[in-house]
Ligand binder design. Sequence first.
Ligand SMILES: [Zn+2]
Length: 519
Amino acid sequence: MYDLVIKNGKIIDGTGSPSFWADIAIENGKIAKIDKRIEGGKEVIDATGLTVTPGFVDSHGHADNAFLEYPDLIEKIEQGITTTVGGQCGDTKAPIGKDVLKEAPVPVGNFGTNHEVYRTMGTLLDIAKELPQGTNSLTFVGHSGLRSAAMGMEDREPTKEELETMKSLLREAMEHGAIGVSFGLFYAPGCFSKTDEVKELAKVAADCGGMISAHIRDEGYFAYKAVEEMINVAKYSGARCVLSHHKAEYKENWGKVNHTLRMIDEANAEGYDIYCDVYPYNASHTRLSAMVIPGEFRTEGDAGIVRHLHNEDVRQEIKNYLKKKYGEDYSWIQVTICQAYPEYEGKTIPEIAKIHGTDCYDAMFDIIRDSKNICSACYFTMCEEDIETVLAHPRAMVCTDSSVAAANKVYHPRLRATFPRVLGKYVRERKVTTLVEMIRKITAMPAAVYGLKNKGLLREGFDADICIFDENTIIDRASFADCTKRAEGLNYVILGGQVVVENAVYNGKKMGRILLRNE
Ligand SMILES: [Zn+2]
């Protein structure tokens, strides 16, 4: 008797082959049999009229932030994500920065202090791998973490010793199961590194059998140069490379993705493994300071930013910088988290400035300063056409690009709705590509790219991580005004052979775990 039989479903198996009608039997967490008609089963799901696919793989999900603090990963599993890849954009919880080590240790749940738990990626993974998770997770180690552990937030090249420290911390992370190194060359302190440093570390990852990913240095005016830099790093190191959240920011740059995707194609034709991922929204989301405070004022972390924003001369200097960079219009910034002024959450900068009684610049500086830099926003800088172009590209995977710890009603809806949105809005309504091809791009392809064994396909012997949905109705409901709304048309999510989500509601069973490289 099988544990579970899914009957009468339309199977899209992840390979890119056409759909077919069959039953699927599950036993001991694995797909035991796929056949025209399977009888018996302690539990039976009637999938008549529904589509059955492998569970979705979130190519870029920042879930390393949640390993210990928020292991349910509800927002992931409730949109059909059965594996999420974390640790991107250079930014990982571990290793802990040199500056942070100077401060008094703070407890991390029951796991010890931050100094112990997050000391290295190895110490974090050793604890996290023992904890059941709401979905499967794996992680890169972040270059910014390595760099801040070796040399703090300083804006200079590393000494030879400091580079060696970074390399040995990277090797330690790889030995403990990290999948590679991620770069965040837009953020501090990643932005302080020169290409040579990036190449050296990518080479170490490759030598350990790992891969690389990058939030490139610039996603707008200098996007071509930034993509070229990472392609060169991939060529030098030989590492497989994923370019994160591919896009072209600001109106003047819209359309540039056509060229950058061609650059990816050309590198692949030369024998290098380059991919990208994309989220299906025209707005990005990050800390407000990352967009408005220049690198030179971010060298001392949050405390330094707050201190600089008390200084009138610095504020004037940043004002001039912003006027040159973005002009006078800030209606494209919508604040999502603002610790000091929660009443501003969900409002645009001009709306906030009006209530705040200042111009847009002082409003932004005040809310960053008074929130001690715990202040994030959405940035409406992309165009629909580019999103569709990237989504349709055969080497583009799909990502939420979202960590899960935020419970705010006002947040980026990609947190909750990315995959139902891709299937409903972009495949069914906009027809950017076929359903069969999109399923391949969100299952088998990322499983292959990230080296996931026995995942990403509906195939006998593979892990029973499965989504069952109505391809005619599946759609996202979360929005920029309310990101808590669940998707519709997603009937079941099965993880490790167990139903964990019914009608987009998670039942609390933690069937996921931390996946280690080469496990
Ligand atoms: Zn990023």
